[in-house]
Design a protein around this ligand. Sequence first.
Ligand code: EPZ
Length: 418
Amino acid sequence: MEQYAIKGGNPLVGEVEIGGAKNAALPILAASVMTDETVYIENMPDVRDTNVLLCAMENIGVIVKRTDRHKVTLNASNISELVVEDENIKKIRASYYLIGALLGKYKHAEVALPGGCDIGCRAIDQHIKGFRALGADVKIEHGLIKTQAEHLRGSHIYMDVVSVGATINIMMAAVMAEGTTIIENSAKEPHVVDLANFLNSMGANIKGAGTDVIRIVGVEKLHKTEYSIIPDQIEAGTFMLAAIASKGDVVIHNCIPEHLDCLTAKILEMGGEVEESGDSIHVWCNSRPNKTNIKTSPYPGFPTDLQPQAGVVLAVADGTSIINESIWESRFQYTTELNNMGANITAQGKTAVFEGVDCLLGAPVYASDLRAGAALIIAGIIASGETQLFNLDHIDRGYENIEEKFRNLGANIKRVKE
Ligand code: EPZ
């Protein structure tokens, strides 16, 4: 078992390069099975979730070739299995993207029920509702979601909740359905748009991605493509918040500033400074951050995946702040760890009250999920003394080389064997 040993106290100063978006890469990799031709993907993050998915895809017969660490070609012309149930795939959420992709192309898929971070109830009723509306039979049996259809037919689907995963899955299942599908109340996240752009580059006919009504006209087949995944909005946001928390000065390269508008607005409220230039964001803060209130909501609202990292800033802000988490009911587990570092946070249900303290003190802490892990790295970097951070496997799911990136900004962080 490994842990991070972090000696806190250094402000973060310097430049950092953002990688490809994990949450765009996962559906894009899955959607690559929808053509028999070879697909070439660039800017793919080398993180555990994408690697597990690639491995599962190889196990059903997809030929995967890594041309370098961030480039991959995939050929799915010889898929031998429509049942995906290896042990590792059960641990990741994105396994369910293979349902939409395989169902869309082969009209049949059986995929292990998804795992993923322990952040709250992770329902899939909207996915199932969408598949059924397109004409598929859906059953859950022996830990597998089994879907099958004679024909998939376009349909008008109104989503009861805004769901990234369900929007993506229905989009994939509908791409080769007969006729037109309309998804209303769809998710608008940048990775939903990236998947639509990827599918369109393969010959799909999807319009409206990025708005709350997506219109898909079914096509007969999809063809090869070359595609570069968008930069990771959440990784960029994590470094923006780390810069503010540490009263540092960081330039973040290879990001799309527009995807971070909501965070930029909050950072300005916190007393930080932000300057955007092309695909870079310069973030700095010279004084103790101000208190502010945050409510998470679907894009373009404040992302739940940046809530714990923002919580670290508020833990040391001047005054009392409130965070309302409206997406995941168990996403305040990190506040217990921050309290063990001297923070004063009361979390109950979907609300947490942060009484800002002057400083955090290093302590042994445990990552309960991916973004909680990122938050606790930031906490260790700003705390006085030494922090040991455990459960690194959560962090490895979604951040590539995170310790090296923080070290290059001046943090004293090492990965060591327990
Ligand atoms: C995606 O999860 C992300 N994961 C999550 O990021 C992110 O937190 C989440 O979107 C919200 O932005 C991936 O992209 C792999 P949802 P997803 O379906 O698709 C409810 C990270 O840290 N819901 O948008 O699973 C659900 O319970 C991860 O990278 C239903 O009720 O999230 C939740 O309250 C963690 N029925 C809300 O909708 C459904 O059928 C949003 O979930 C589906 C969802």
